[in-house]
Every structure is written in structure tokens, then in C-alpha cells.
Design a protein around this ligand. Structure first.
Ligand SMILES: [Zn+2]
Length: 79
């Protein structure tokens, strides 16, 4: 890879969310992955964003706790 084909940290950071969303084309994603493999700063940042997203997704898809369901049912049963 020549120096011209390398991308810089600010470019990676700017594309990071699209990268994590899988919205980049293959060529661009490959360049970001190359950069992440060599750049510890961007790698940590990508890992942090990825973990954050996973946590948010888990929160969004977690079923409500049983106690909440029971309380809702109790309320509905009163009608
Ligand atoms: Zn970097």
C-alpha cells in the first residue's frame, strides 16, 4: 500500500459510525479496517463505539422485567 492510499485518523473517525452501521462500500471499509489494524487510538475508539452500540441495542430489545409485566397486568385486570 502506498502512502497516498492510507487514510488518516480524522478520516477514520469521521466514517466510524457509518462503518459500524455497515453503510460503507467494501473498498472504504477495507481501508478503515487496515487503519484500525495499525492504529491503536482508532482501534480503541472503534471498540468503544461498538461496545456502546451493543449495550444500547441490548437495552432496546430487552424484554421488560417480570415485575413490570405483573404490575401492568394487575392494572389491566382492574378494568
Ligand atoms: Zn488512527
Amino acid at each position: 500500500m502506498t502512502e497516498q492510499e492510507r487514510i488518516h485518523c480524522d478520516e477514520v473517525v469521521a466514517s466510524l459510525l457509518e462503518y459500524l452501521d455497515g453503510e460503507l462500500d467494501d473498498a472504504r471499509r477495507a481501508r478503515i479496517e487496515d487503519h484500525l489494524a495499525e492504529c491503536r487510538g482508532c482501534f480503541s475508539r472503534a471498540e468503544f463505539e461498538r461496545a456502546l452500540r451493543r449495550r444500547l441495542q441490548a437495552l432496546a430489545t430487552e424484554p421488560p422485567p417480570d415485575s413490570l409485566k405483573r404490575r401492568l397486568k394487575a392494572i389491566l385486570d382492574e378494568f
